[in-house]
Design a binder for this molecule. Structure first.
Ligand SMILES: NC(=O)c1ccc[n+]([C@@H]2O[C@H](COP(=O)([O-])OP(=O)(O)OC[C@H]3O[C@@H](n4cnc5c(N)ncnc54)[C@H](O)[C@@H]3O)[C@@H](O)[C@H]2O)c1
Length: 350
């Protein structure tokens, strides 16, 4: 029986509530498809930071290196600055393991309401591919003259040909397996060095994919098209910042942030990849057992796909849709079910 070693990091807040449901569905898929999972739990979180001054131990990445993949809930909690939780755990894992593709599917499941009028599941089914290791989220920059009236802050954006090309190639390869259409998110009218470079690389890379249709939009109008014309999109590729914003807007038109999954991929499989819901630790609802577990469960489906069992991933997605159509739903989807009731229903449907 194929066995996969999974590092499990529930993190903070609702991360600790949704991860058990993700694991419940993972085990159900394992039983159905003859797969087994060796799970190791880590308490890396803001709670740990409060006690030890570190979200993860110094040799955290060495510890994770022994695993096939990582399943993460969410980190961040009031009292610990958000940049501490992001740069103390998530970004070191994404960068240390060269997880340069952040894949975020957006799909309207049957049974889930979209805030957009007259849209059906056929209209909303695309994937945002976000560059995940460089771009606007760089650590180059600094501050000077703190506390004076000359105070200043500089933050550099870093686009490399290697970094831009490889994420674009991933987007084109994915489009070839889907509807053969890639949209590039740009802003080369206002950002006059990095974004024209992004456009040039897009034009160069697309030469190798003659069967794929392309277009590009400035990020401002692109956000409007997500709302007005979601049926235009198949694969949308964007820089770290643009991809981040688009991949919250996408779920907003497809039923909400509680549903959205993500995969931080090292496509070459040299390092473990990490799977996590898009949402954060939601301190406003933490501890009430009403968090929607679908974002985590769908992330588990992406993980099954990545380990080479797409049929298992598909079965999990089908189970999510079945429960959305006629099963118990958490309050964010208009129901009254608890996190566990929804998780159990999806596991049963698998
Ligand atoms: N990947 C991550 O670990 C990650 C991502 C985003 C935010 N955060 C952190 O999480 C904390 C809270 O951030 P935020 O409030 O901006 O974003 P959030 O995603 O935690 O919450 C935004 C809103 O969506 C709701 N929501 C989120 N997930 C839900 C779910 N599964 N079911 C139902 N409702 C859900 C919340 O109740 C809240 O009203 C911060 O510390 C932030 O840094 C972490």
């Amino acid at each position: 029986m194929p066995t996969f070693k999974i590092a499990v990091i529930p993190g903070d807040g609702i991360g600790k509530e949704v991860i058990p449901e993700g694991l419940r569905v993972l085990e159900a898929a394992g039983r159905k498809f003859g797969l087994s999972f060796e799970l190791t739990h880590f308490d890396w979180s803001c709670e740990r930071y409060a006690k030890t001054g570190r979200l993860m131990p110094e040799d955290g990445l060495d510890q994770l290196m022994k695993f096939d993949n990582i399943l993460l809930g969410a980190v961040g909690y009031p009292g610990v600055a958000d940049h501490v939780s992001l740069w103390g755990l998530l970004i070191p894992i994404r960068r240390g393991f060269d997880q340069y593709v952040n894949l975020r599917p957006v799909r309207l499941f049957r049974g889930v309401q979209t805030p957009l009028a007259n849209r059906t599941p056929e209209d909303i089914d695309f994937v945002v591919i976000r560059e995940n290791t460089e771009g606007e989220y760089s650590s180059i920059g600094g501050r000077m003259f703190g506390g004076t009236e000359h105070e200043m802050a500089v933050q550099e954006t870093v686009f490399t040909r290697r970094g831009v090309d490889r994420v674009m190639r991933y987007a084109f390869d994915l489009a070839q397996k889907r509807k053969k259409h890639v949209t590039s998110a740009t802003k080369s009218n206002g950002i006059i060095h990095t974004m024209p470079f992004w456009d040039e690389r897009f034009a160069a890379v697309k030469q190798d994919y003659e069967d794929v249709r392309t277009d590009q939009f400035h990020i401002d109008i692109l956000t409007a098209h997500f709302v007005r014309n979601p049926d235009w999109f198949d694969v949308v590729v964007g820089s770290n910042l643009f991809g981040d914003i688009l991949s919250d807007l996408g779920p907003a038109i497809a039923g909400g942030i509680g549903i959205a999954p993500s995969a931080n991929l090292n496509p070459e499989r040299k390092f473990p990849s990490m799977f996590e819901p898009v949402h954060g630790s939601a301190p406003d609802i933490a501890g009430r057992n009403i968090a929607n577990p679908i974002g985590t469960i769908w992330s588990v489906a992406l993980m099954l796909d990545h380990v080479g069992w797409p049929q298992a991933g598909r079965a999990v997605e089908d189970a999510i849709e079945k429960v959305c159509e006629s099963g118990p739903k958490t309050p964010d989807l208009g129901g009254k079910a608890s996190t566990q009731e929804m998780g159990k229903a999806i596991a049963d449907a698998v």
